[in-house]
Write a protein that binds this ligand. Sequence first.
Ligand code: 5GP
Ligand code: ZN
Length: 136
Amino acid sequence: MADDDCIFCKIVAGELPSQKVDENDRVLAFLDINPWTRGHALVIPKQHTKNLWEAPKEALDATIEMAQQVAIHQRDRLGCDGVNLLNSTEPVAWQTEFHYHVHVIPRYEDDPLRLPGKPLDVDQDELAKVAEELRG
Ligand code: 5GP
Ligand code: ZN
């Protein structure tokens, strides 16, 4: 079910323009309107779902499969030297469009992107405690 306020649903419906690079019955890949590098693409499920926490497994599977295909085309057709996949879930993690998507960002030896974070100072006890919490 499309979300009336969602830009990506409008792109899927053809109500807003986009530079499509691939699609099938479940997913669509198109260029990010504000690319970080040449060929920066977004892959989205056609059916609206908010983010990683809510996306059904079929949407996740179809999205990652197309992300791999786009990444291969970025390598073979654009000549990139590597690729980053990025998903942001919720505003605290930089999500700005609330329709699940994966960024497929081709990387070039001379591109300007740099890691946005640096490692926390943690010891083995802290790592063990966190792992225990996550195991539940
Ligand atoms: P987020 O910040 O949620 O991870 O990523 C949203 C991305 O969608 C941003 O990189 C932004 O440039 C892109 N974007 C926002 N509006 C549009 C649009 O109308 N068309 C396209 N192609 N990309 C968009
Ligand atoms: Zn949507």
